[in-house]
Design a protein around this ligand. Sequence first.
Ligand code: ADP
Ligand code: MG
Length: 546
Amino acid sequence: MTDDDLDVSDEPTDDASPGADKQTSANRANTSATSEPSGQPTSVSDSDESMPSSNPDTDEEVDIDQNRDFEVDLDDVVLDDDTDDDSQGLFDDLLSGEPIFENKEVLRPSYTPHELPHRNEQINNMATILVSALRGDTPSNILIYGKTGTGKTASAKFVSQELESTSKKYQVPCDVEYINCEVTDTQYRVLAQLANEFNEKNRSVIDDKIDELDELLETATDDQTALADTEYDTTDEIKTRIEELRTDREELEEVPMTGWPTDRVYSVFFDAVDYRERVVVIMLDEIDKLVEKSGDDTLYNLSRMNSELEHSRVSIIGISNDLKFTDFLDPRVKSSLGEEEIVFPPYDANQLRDILEHRATDAFKDSALSDDVIPLCAAFAAQEHGDARRALDLLRTAGELAERDQADGVLESHVRKAQEKIELDRVVEVVRTLPTQSKLVLFAIILLEKNGVHNINTGEVYNIYKRLCEEIDADVLTQRRVTDLISELDMLGIVNAVVVSKGRYGRTKEISLSVPIEETEAVLLSDSRLGDIEDVQPFVQARFDN
Ligand code: ADP
Ligand code: MG
């Protein structure tokens, strides 16, 4: 896509009657339960004249308002009486800026949206498969695929909440456990976490049952007829049952987060699942990370559990960004896990626009966004493989930049700056975490560029790279390996390497940097090993003077 495609018409912001806007947003801030408390002082301070005045003689709630008015007055004193600029405190400028956000949290990844536009099909597919759990049958296992930011986690969490609440409504026992395998990335930890969570649920079920029986026991002691509709013939039977439950409860072991043999963890987990009749849905998000880190043992054990469970049934939902991870699975695991597959395709720009519009209504003050902001965020994120997370990040960052500029609203220019900022943050992170050898290769390319070398070829990179290795006593890789590392840097979007034909001299790679040179060099030099390289400049110069 060219930059032209992203050029959304640059219409002036509608800044009619800002006072009225402020009034509405302040009112909204007061009525909306989700509004961010920290956003309030600013919104109130701008509109306090039109706020209902507080009555000192009434209840507590008004007192809170009074408090606010007090803050507001103080603010006004500072701003009105001291015209001298020097008296402005560190926060005054920032506070006096027009508030842009109504509730910034709405744009953060941790926020669970109530609506997921353009995911109906996937959500319905999941529900159709999982509904068997509510009929007491075992749902097929599901594998969910899709690139990052396509709404997999959000949709899966939405469906599991619905499933659990419906199971309560119809009193069909069904539990969903969610595990993020990027964090919980070994078989031990997955099983331990599941065991402990299922046992917590078991404990509360046991406690409820004991309470219920205690009550029955009390009534039945006075009045034997209370036992008529129960499974107990005598109060002694109730007492025995209560004792059994107490023993069960004591026997539920808490698995420590390290230290036990895996067999023992598995056995506690198995008993925890099988303690009572129910369908258990285990959701393994970022499942590819688990397989990458610890192989497929966990999945193997989970997928063959059903044949051994007596009371309960397990169903697994695996979620992955990486379509290829199943190649590494035992064929039995692969076929069991992939009974059903649901694909989450990337969002296109129009879909991203809808998603952003839904979220922006709650996140921003009325008319804080100029018309082209959302379409531009959507267009940028559509380029980035249709990533809704990226789109939301862009919108939030653009809002933050506008806030910092003390602008009246978010403009297209803020989105462009936000795009640069996010891109730079990404580059910094990628470069910072490169292995030393790749850093050396990249540093060699930077040094060549800084010395005005264009269309750099692999040989030139290799020569500088070797000298850099000597400088810091690093192993020198072969030119072939270095060529591979250059290709990796190309795939990461840090350099651009094109193969060009040199006629009878064969083909060669022409390499150029695709990231900002100063910032990238600074990140490289912040690595303690590379930071030791002194004065490479003259040496590079000397080579080219030859
Ligand atoms: P994935 O798990 O596929 O990487 P997520 O479900 O974490 O993606 O989504 C990334 C971000 O985008 C989250 O903040 C999520 O709330 C949001 N999001 C994704 N799809 C939608 C949608 N259809 N509607 C609203 N928000 C969405
Ligand atoms: Mg996810």
